[in-house]
Design a protein around this ligand. Structure first.
Ligand code: FES
Length: 238
């Protein structure tokens, strides 16, 4: 059994202390210790005041996104064996207010996400059974459908830091997801939102959002939305 050092940026705004790193030693029995396992070990055995979020433990809910050894990852599907050193350095998501330790305030992120109506708006009453998609139409969504709203891309984007109103990569990716969907009847309204002063054109193409733990590609989505906007301007309509 080897030991792994967890080096965690601790923050407690209520205490008035400055944020600082704290080290914990976690035993690794070599059976696939994940970062989330390590955090749970610390919480249960070393420091019950450590704050972090998790739920599904299966890379589905997006709640355990954090900055781990230099990049955004999900704690639940990141094994410490991935790293060459027996030390794991963990910070909370950046560009969002830290509530405590690894818990951040996601209100702004959700506000922008809600703004882009992240659900299907069909143009006809519900059918008896289902809204049919062809195989090809469904495959068109493969590159955008797996977003779990972990906010890694949002946190990595420097424009979200400098422009509080910028929709950000996750919301723009969601616009992409629905303007690709032939069942959706609100393409124009969605593109109007992307065309606003804080929409797709505010993206500076820094590509920092290319860090999705689910391997989605927000820069490609933003470029796609820009192309749709240009096509609408040049050819009119949708
Ligand atoms: S706990 Fe749900 S994504 Fe990690």
């Amino acid at each position: 059994m080897a030991d792994v050092t967890f080096n965690i940026l601790r923050t407690d705004p209520d205490s008035g202390r400055k944020p600082c790193f704290q080290k914990f030693t976690v035993p690794d029995d070599g059976t696939g210790l994940t970062v989330l396992d390590g955090l749970n070990y610390i919480l249960e055995n070393l420091d019950g005041s450590l704050a972090f979020r998790s739920s599904c433990r299966s890379a589905v809910c997006g709640s355990c996104a954090m900055h781990i050894n230099g990049r955004h990852r999900l704690a639940c599907n990141t094994q410490v064996a991935l790293f060459k050193t027996p030390e794991v350095t963990i910070r909370p998501l950046a560009h969002v207010e830290v509530e405590k330790d690894l818990c951040v305030n996601m209100d702004k992120f959700w506000e922008k996400y809600e703004h882009v109506t992240p659900y299907l708006i069909p143009g006809s009453p519900p059918p008896e059974k289902e809204r049919i998609q062809s195989q090809e139409d469904r495959e068109e969504l493969d590159v955008v459908i797996d977003c779990i709203q972990c906010a890694s891309c949002y946190s990595a984007c420097p424009v979200t830091l400098s422009s509080n109103e910028y929709l950000g990569p996750a919301a723009l990716l969601k616009i992409d997801r629905f303007v690709r969907d032939i069942r959706d009847a609100a393409h124009n309204q969605r593109l109007d939102k992307a065309d606003g002063p804080y929409g797709a054109w505010r993206c500076h193409s820094v590509f920092a959002c290319q860090c999705c733990p689910k391997e989605l590609d927000p820069p490609r989505s933003i470029a796609y939305v820009k192309r749709r906007l240009m096509r609408r301007r040049l050819l009119g309509g949708e």
